[in-house]
Design a protein around this ligand. Structure first.
Ligand SMILES: [Zn+2]
Length: 427
């Protein structure tokens, strides 16, 4: 329970900084921080952090050895010398309270055809209390919430009474290697808060996710004699159908799962990128499909991978060419375990109490069919990983938007959590 006078000070500070926060978020959304292009965005953030007097560690993923660590995801076609990460340390002279990691991701997913957007994806517009733009919702608004929650403390004449690390990472949308790198680099705290746009609820559980590339061969002949060739694109369809079947079987099992029984079809399969073939009148000799499949919390990654391999092998057996030229499965991206935050942790209790005070109602929990970076803390490092943040809609969709009123409330809620978890000292 936060002292009401302290909460009032924080509320006044969030209010006073609000216009600045909105402008800051707008600037953040202007960076087209797509995968591999996050550098300028991260450089700007590093300068912003340094201007606050925080001590900044700015590095790239190519500088960090982490392929031996649990949760690491292998990558192809990605230049990690460009993958900039930022960790700002806000150290307390003496540790009187509990330390905290605040972490958000700045990578965003591609916008798709721009003409399908009402407003341009990287030219954020505010209308009727919403800010539109790619990443405005997922999760640049959350990044603004954690930064301006810290600013609220300072504006109120306070500082955390324990160390706080403010981290902006990349690769959340494809591997999680950005989050993992901060741990590989040695950053630790008594809890981690990741303000993904959960709409003011805490994440109790989420599925796991595997990314893989299917590489399929064919035999090129003139389409006039297509029967004597083998069409790699048509073969890809057969494989995808088999993987849909696997997904249905996993979802049938989910009906008995302690965390996912209440959710219809929690495991999703998505062929997300396809390329292949060279000529309209030649049977294609190659096809590649980048896929994502979920897995139930509690399933071992090795077992989930084996099921994918078995499904692909099964489909290949029904094809004379593929039976002798088996498709390849290349693990390329997420190798993410399912997540569970057992109820009752100290950090969750503190968050629930401060949430109740700010929102005037109890904090709810969600079970998610997507992943987030909290898993690294919770599963592999014994650090409670709270995924809790502001609200909006349209993640990965056209006209993605952040709800500004919800953002303001959530910023205060995070400020109150920092004050309660870390304690405060007058400065
Ligand atoms: Zn996100």
């Amino acid at each position: 329970m936060t002292d009401p006078a302290l909460l009032a000070r924080l509320r006044a500070a969030v209010d006073a900084n609000w216009d600045k926060q909105v402008a800051w978020l707008q600037n953040l959304v202007r960076f087209p921080s797509l995968r591999g292009k996050e550098g300028p965005c991260q450089d700007w953030i590093a300068r912003e952090f340094a201007a606050r007097g925080w001590s900044v560690d700015r590095y790239t993923l190519s500088e960090v050895a982490m392929d031996h660590l649990p949760g690491y995801a292998p990558v192809m076609d990605t230049d990690y010398t460009q993958a900039v990460q930022v960790v700002a340390a806000v150290r307390a002279p003496e540790q009187q309270g509990r330390s905290l990691i605040l972490q958000g991701h700045v990578d965003v997913v591609p916008a798709g055809p721009e003409e399908m957007w009402t407003y341009k994806p990287f030219d954020p517009v505010i209308r009727d209390g919403w800010m539109y733009g790619r990443g405005a919702h997922d999760m640049k608004q959350g990044v603004s919430a954690m930064v301006f929650a810290m600013d609220a403390l300072r504006s109120a004449g306070l500082a955390p009474a324990a160390d706080v690390y403010v981290q902006t990472v990349t690769e959340e949308e494809c591997t999680g290697n950005g989050a993992l790198s901060t741990l590989a680099r040695g950053y630790r705290a008594d809890a981690a808060l990741i303000p993904e746009p959960t709409g003011g609820v805490v994440t109790r559980a989420h599925v796991g996710v595997l990314w893989f590339r299917l590489r399929i061969r064919g035999v090129p002949v003139h389409v006039a004699v297509a029967q004597s060739g083998s069409n790699a694109i048509m073969s890809a369809f057969a494989l995808l159908k088999e993987l849909q079947g696997l997904t249905a079987r996993i979802n049938a099992r989910a009906k008995d799962h302690p965390l996912f029984a209440g959710i219809t079809d929690p495991v999703k399969f998505n062929p997300g990128v396809i390329r292949g073939g060279d000529w309209g009148s030649s049977t294609p000799a190659w096809c590649e499909v980048d896929c994502r499949i979920g897995l139930l919390q509690g399933t071992k990654l090795a077992d989930a991978r084996q099921e994918v391999l078995d499904a692909v092998a099964q489909a290949a057996q029904h094809d004379a060419f593929l039976a002798n030229n088996p498709p390849e499965v290349i693990w390329n991206g997420f190798q993410a375990d399912g997540f569970h935050l057992p109820p009752g942790s100290e950090a969750e209790q503190v968050l629930a109490a401060t949430h109740q005070q700010v929102y005037g109602q109890p904090m709810q929990a969600r079970t998610s069919t997507e992943v987030n970076d909290a898993r690294f803390y919770q599963l592999y490092y014994g650090i409670t990983g709270l995924c809790y943040g502001p609200g909006g809609e349209g993640a990965h969709a056209f006209d993605e938007r952040a709800n500004l009123a919800a953002l303001k409330t959530n910023t205060l809620s995070i400020a109150a959590f920092i004050a309660e978890w870390c304690g405060v000292r007058e400065v």
